[in-house]
Design a protein around this ligand. Structure first.
Ligand code: AMP
Ligand code: ZN
Length: 133
């Protein structure tokens, strides 16, 4: 993937602030951090998102997510994080090399993720589940 910025980070053509890497995955600081140590974890191999990544490489990436969170917990005392993946443009994915955000959170950080909820949809849950049959 010649024009993929995250592939360029993996092969050293683009600058990044590396936190951790192993054979399969790479963790680096997000260039537009929403909090200190906002981190991205990516597979070294190019996959667009959750739909095309292999189960094996997804496990490899999640193993590095766990390592980085453990590192932040042990070294920095971080105890609250959000792990976020957006897959697909309509799900607000902007960089099309799959990545998981690790966002440390703390009271008073002025960040917020807000969902609009629809409790009134309980009555159609059975119909929704029937669509899977
Ligand atoms: P998403 O909206 O989930 O696709 O997030 C893409 C993320 O990649 C954003 O948070 C960007 O700040 C981040 N990003 C884009 N380019 C770089 C880069 N060169 N180095 C580090 N992070 C980047
Ligand atoms: Zn890529």
């Amino acid at each position: 993937m010649n024009d993929c910025i995250f592939c360029k980070i993996v092969n050293g053509e683009a600058k990044s602030w590396k936190v951790y890497e192993d054979e399969h995955a790479h963790a680096f600081l997000d260039i537009n951090p929403v909090n200190e140590f906002h981190t991205l974890v990516i597979p070294k191999q190019h996959y667009e998102n959750i739909f095309d990544i292999t189960e094996n490489d997804l496990l490899n990436v999640m193993s590095v997510v766990k390592k980085v969170v453990t590192l932040y917990n042990e070294k920095l005392g971080i105890k609250h994080v959000q792990i976020i993946n957006s897959s697909g443009s309509e799900a607000q994915q902007d960089v099309f090399h799959i990545h998981f955000h690790i966002v440390p959170r703390y009271n008073g950080d002025n960040q917020d993720i807000k969902w609009i909820t629809h409790k009134e949809w309980h009555e159609k849950f059975n119909d929704l589940l029937n669509k899977l049959k």
